[in-house]
Design a protein around this ligand. Structure first.
Ligand code: C5P
Length: 304
């Protein structure tokens, strides 16, 4: 079933028994420090999560079902099949198999995804949805997996899924699976902006010429000052591929950010603002200038 232009709030309230947020993931810094023999790149990334994102709802059903609503619903595949199959369904199937292999039975489930985040945007998207599906289904089926097995299962869905499962400020290393909590990272007021040009992550990595960049190094408690010294190494190749990144980054920066960067492999850029009120005002102004693009004020999880 595919629902577009449906008031998902009503749908969710009427039918669902359990909800899960799939928060936008933001790479505050992303250094590419090497490449593995299998082609995956080694990273060091300071990652945090927004207080908004996609929403998933789970309810009892006679047979498995999947429906989608929200601004970006029409851009999603609705089957699990193939390399570009829907990650929510892949997550459901892989978790069910892992549980059934252990003799844990699972019931049919209707999953509804409210797709509020732009797709192929560098802010988690599919990975956040997959992680939220895993969290939600474990609650729905009242089941769990050992941490190490769950981590492997996440990684098999994508390099960003383990971090999205945690949903807290993190330092990510390896290809993104080696995670350390950053409990000192403060809650930040951000504006997310995306020109609604989808970016293919493998394309951006392929365009990267310098792969052995300096690591992030010692953390500093002056977070904004520290982040200013860091980079997103995927930003130059993404800017060369998607011209709108220059423009959206300048527009956000002109609203009075303390720092402006790109997240992940783009094209979403973010600005850090001194207050949430300032980020809301910036979004109003940006929507006036580029009504066809995506702008969202968010608070990130973290201290304060
Ligand atoms: O793991 P995921 O499917 O999200 O990654 C998409 C693609 O991005 C990979 O197939 C790979 O080409 C590239 N990638 C990479 N190094 C990473 C993560 C992703 O080269 N650490």
């Amino acid at each position: 079933m595919f629902l577009d232009n449906v008031s998902s709030d009503n749908w969710l309230a009427d039918k669902a028994s359990l909800f899960e947020l799939a928060p936008a993931k933001i790479n505050l810094a992303l250094h590419v420090t090497g490449q593995r023999a299998d082609g995956y790149h080694l990273l060091e990334s300071i990652v945090t999560f927004a207080d908004t994102g996609d929403r998933l709802a789970f309810s009892d059903a006679d047979a498995d079902d999947f429906s989608v609503s929200g601004r970006f619903a029409s851009l999603l595949p609705t089957s699990a099949e193939g390399r570009h199959g829907n990650l929510v369904l892949k997550a459901r199937d892989i978790l069910r198999k892992a549980l059934e292999d252990k003799g844990v039975s699972t019931t049919p489930v209707a999953i509804h995804l409210e797709k509020n985040l732009p797709v192929a945007a560098g802010i988690g998207g599919g990975s956040a949805d997959a992680a939220a599906a895993l969290r939600g289904l474990m609650r729905f089926w009242n089941a769990s997996l050992p941490d190490a097995e769950l981590a492997m299962l996440c990684l098999s869905l994508g390099a960003d899924v383990p971090m999205c499962l945690r949903g807290e400020p993190l330092m990510a290393r390896g290809i993104g699976e080696d995670l350390t909590a950053l409990p000192g990272l403060p809650s930040l007021a951000l504006v997310l902006g995306n020109p609604l040009v989808g970016v293919s992550t493998p394309d951006i990595f392929r365009r990267l010429t310098q792969k052995d960049n300096p690591p992030i190094g010692e953390l500093d408690s002056d977070w904004i000052g520290f982040l200013r010294t860091l980079r997103n190494d995927l930003e130059p190749p993404a800017r060369s591929l998607v011209r709108e990144i220059d423009q959206i980054s300048s527009l956000i920066g002109a609203e009075g950010t303390m720092l402006t960067r790109m997240s992940g492999s783009g094209a979403t850029c973010f600005g850090i603002f001194p207050s949430f009120e300032a980020s809301e005002k910036a979004v109003e102004s940006l929507n006036g200038q580029k009504p066809e693009w995506y702008f969202q004020a968010v608070r990130t999880v973290g201290q304060g």
